[in-house]
Design a protein around this ligand. Sequence first.
Ligand code: TXA
Ligand code: MG
Length: 330
Amino acid sequence: METKILHMKPNRPDQDKLNIAARLIRDGELVAFPTETVYGLGANAYNTTAVGKIFQAKGRPADNPLIVHISDREMLEPLIRFMPPCAEQLIAAFWPGPLTLVFPKSEDVPAIVTAGLDTVAIRMPSHPVAHAFIYRAGVPIAAPSANLSGKPSPTRIKDVVEDMDGRIACIIDGGDCDVGLESTVIDLSAQTPVILRPGGVSKEELERVIGPLKVHEGTTEKPASPGMKYRHYAPDAQVILVQEPERFQSVIDAEKKAGKRVGALVLGDRHVRADLVMRLGATIEEAGKTLFALLREMDRQGADIIIVESMPETGRGRAVMNRLKKAAGK
Ligand code: TXA
Ligand code: MG
């Protein structure tokens, strides 16, 4: 399949090009599109056949449900059975933005979207191109991250092209993703809201609006967020997370001695000696924004091992560390 690539500036959605993408969606095709978190791989959420193509293009297990993306509040009601407590407050505070809410689903949402669950995950992205694209399509867009299953989510156009070129009808290039990590997923269908996946909105920010929150630790037999059980966010290289900063160089040296091509991902301007040194940035937010892209870059440059330093697990750091631990296979 030949993949059409439509380029536009993040802040200036090109309406003519988006009309092409919107028509493809209505025709049951797949379109990858930028959001403020990561690129999504979208299909008309009401079209079972189209949604089926997502699982095929990604090689995604069928028991992992998708997030439904909406452009406007009017798209929400037909997708859900009722508004759980806290939903209005969270929507007012964080939509549009990197927060996904899990609602009791309406009968109109096809089972393939939710992997047979009686809940549906919904998010309203803030990226201007995502908003304009969904609005033009006129239907809610079911979309996982636009990576091949198991790989780090794509946050730059070249990463989307690497995984999806030739597999889907269209890719919208809207530049680099700002957050660089996926949305926070919060389940509102239970008695008390539970964070199922840390992400772009921090626990602290959420608690300021709705009070103390539980975080799902992913230890139960049946994961509440089915996606959390799969190997995720992992580059081909082996990732090693180093807790103590003073051990960083010696861990690198030991791997080099064992004949490995060693890459180091470092915060700030810390000085290290490794075969490849890439900088995550000076702040946790910058680290979140660059992490997935640099994991992919390490693979391209042939790293066998990627050594990364630990960060404090507060604020955005909770999401960054969650992805790093998964990449390291913990
Ligand atoms: O930022 C994001 O969330 C990106 C962009 C494209 O919006 N999307 C994304 O989708 O990360 P995906 O499919 O890679 O991750 C969706 C997560 C999975 O862990 C999935 O199991 C969970 O959301 N999920 C989806 N529907 C759910 C539901 N009804 N109940 C619980 N978890 C659900
Ligand atoms: Mg994903």
